[in-house]
Write a protein that binds this ligand. Structure first.
Ligand SMILES: CSC[C@@H](O)[C@@H](O)C(=O)COP(=O)(O)O
Ligand SMILES: [Zn+2]
Length: 210
């Protein structure tokens, strides 16, 4: 029986369009996934190497728990499908988004030695449900292993909650959440926080020389 995933397809296609409007898919980068079924696990993932700014009937394909296509197709699942597998295998998240932006790359390099970046006393950490005065948000930074199974293994060590984010050094960010809306909210909040920190550091540096 052919599975029905029209709703999830449209939800992911709409998210893809919104992220494309932000120009977050430079040079075919980025990949997105949305869960279709829990048991056995299946999810839609972007086809590899496509211009994600275009909306076509070949944007996504259905894969199983190990990232292999469920239906006959000539499409190739995203090169980073194994990272999406980790998210759906290890959490109850419904959606996982990966984008490359200049800000997330710069932050991942600036804080590479610390292997994490922390935000505190910043209104937007509330997007993460962090409403307390003393709350802080820490995002891990992992090495960008070219060998995807190795990258996925390292990434998987940080998938301990149903929502989260991991920066991949000089590569991009992967964010996951309960559903498409939540994952996109976290992704946007991250980008705001990254741009803020970069601007602040630049401004402080300029002040030093004045
Ligand atoms: C040319 S972008 C680099 C890619 O290797 C990868 O990091 C990426 O985000 C997109 O790969 P894809 O296989 O299209 O999902
Ligand atoms: Zn990538």
């Amino acid at each position: 029986m052919k599975m029905n995933y029209e709703n999830q397809w449209n939800e992911l296609a709409d998210i893809k369009d919104e992220l494309a409007q932000r120009d977050w898919f430079m040079g075919t980068s980025g990949n997105l996934a949305i869960k279709v079924e829990n048991s056995p696990l299946s999810f839609l993932v972007t086809a590899s190497g496509k211009d994600k700014r275009k909306r076509t009937s070949e944007d996504f394909l259905l894969v199983e728990q190990n990232g292999l296509p469920v239906e006959e197709t000539t499409l190739k699942p995203s090169a980073e499908t194994l990272l999406h597998c980790k998210v759906f295998q290890q959490s109850k998240a419904g959606c996982c988004l990966h984008v490359h932006t200049v800000a997330n790359n710069v932050i991942s390099e600036l804080f590479s030695e610390e292997r994490e970046v922390t935000f505190k006393e910043q209104e937007l950490i509330k997007a993460w449900g962090k409403w307390g005065q003393e709350d802080s948000l820490t995002i891990p930074i992992i090495y960008n292993y070219a060998h995807i199974p190795r990258l996925a293994e390292e990434f998987g060590l940080h998938v301990n909650e149903d929502h989260g984010a991991v920066l991949i050094r000089n590569h991009g960010i992967t964010v996951w959440g309960k559903n498409g809306f939540e994952a996109k909210k976290l992704l946007e909040a991250c980008e705001f926080l990254f741009q803020y920190k970069i601007t602040l550091l630049q401004t402080k540096r300029m002040e030093l020389f004045n």
